[in-house]
Design a protein. Structure first.
Length: 351
């Protein structure tokens, strides 16, 4: 399927792209998987940006660094909708990363789409990254605005993964530009650090994390993601734990159990996919179990199908994807209905 061409009004373009993508989602997504039409439109345009960033391939640059790395929830095709397009330009300073992004964004792929970075004065700049809005256009007509979070600091401990499949499990375009993403081993450790590290605020007080979405992402990675090499994940643990002040030798414990129960259940429900996840108590048992495996130094591969570590002979990294072969069936989670007291499901189907 080729990209749609105008002339359209912005509203008509969004509606057309959303409809095509939504129909593709229903046809190719996993059984029972929920997709929000607006989220799909955003993912469509995220993919168009990646097509431009990796138009020259995924090879190392002349300075020996990778061209770009996709980070965040979008990198793992998790159930929780990503808030923005999270990218890294390794081996640069912030201004160089932004300049490289602007140059790549101007690449003409003859698909009718173009992109503009908006409002320099409104950019959120931090010491290690810059956040800014991007406007997508079709044949010169503005279609949709989304946010990009760009950093120049290389977050990787393990090598990035080369991805040749489409950005999501939904098949829309006939082809997909290969791109590089955060390794799953680095990603899961990053999520653990995000929910356990303490942050010092401007008032001088240190407070516990409230990154409830990152907890939900851990659950998705451990149950729906790809196999995790325990040796590689411990390598990431030993580097990132001290950096974020997280002691992985301590027992796993959430800062405020009841608060996290309420907020995580809310996050699961509002994402529209709670029927595919375990309950909070079951998820806490799972997240704690993986933490304990990290402490035990047990070798092998975490298999999302069995929710356990499988001792396997040494294999090449490129063969890791072959580990998800048919395995002994496990008892399914007693999935939640998706409705909880005080919560309202988004995008409820009209009768």
């Amino acid at each position: 399927m080729t990209s749609p061409r105008g002339p359209w009004t912005p509203r008509a373009a969004r509606k057309s792209i959303g409809k095509l993508y939504y129909e593709a989602a229903k046809a190719s997504a996993r059984p029972g998987e929920f997709y929000d039409a607006a989220e799909l439109v955003h993912r469509f345009f995220y993919g168009k940006v990646l097509d431009r960033l990796f138009a020259d391939g995924t090879q190392l640059r002349q300075d020996g660094h990778h061209p770009w790395i996709l980070k965040g929830s979008l990198a793992r095709t998790l159930l929780r909708a990503p808030n923005d397009l999270d990218l890294c330009r390794p081996g640069t300073i912030r201004e160089e990363a932004l300049s490289a992004f602007e140059g790549a964004l101007a690449t003409d792929l003859d698909d009718g789409f173009s992109f503009e970075i908006l409002d320099e004065d409104g950019r959120d700049t931090r010491s290690d990254s810059v956040w800014f809005p991007v406007l997508a256009l079709l044949n010169g007509a503005p279609i949709i605005k989304f946010e990009v979070d760009l950093t120049h600091l290389n977050p990787l401990v393990n090598a990035p993964e080369l991805v040749t499949s489409p950005l999501t499990s939904v098949q829309f375009d006939d082809t997909s530009t290969p791109y590089l993403r955060y390794s799953v081993e680095d990603h899961v450790i990053d999520k653990y650090c995000a929910i356990l590290r303490k942050k010092k605020y401007s008032d001088g007080k240190t407070r516990s994390s409230v990154r409830f979405g990152d907890y939900v992402d851990i659950v998705d990675i451990l149950t729906l993601g790809e196999p995790i090499d325990m040796e590689s994940v411990r390598k990431a643990r030993d580097v990132k734990g001290p950096q974020d002040g997280v002691d992985f030798s301590e027992p796993f414990s959430l800062p405020d159990h009841e608060l996290w129960r309420y907020q995580c259940e809310k996050t699961m429900i509002l994402s529209g996919r709670s029927a595919q996840r375990p309950s909070f108590d079951q998820s806490l048992e799972l997240v704690t179990s993986f933490w304990n495996v990290l402490q035990s130094e047990q070798q092998g591969i975490w298999n999302p199908q069995t929710l356990s570590v499988s001792p396997l002979p040494e294999i090449l990294e490129t063969e890791k994807s072959q580990l998800l072969l048919p395995s002994p069936k496990r008892e399914p989670w007693p999935w939640r209905s998706g409705r909880g007291p005080g919560f309202v499901r988004r995008n409820r189907t009209r009768k």
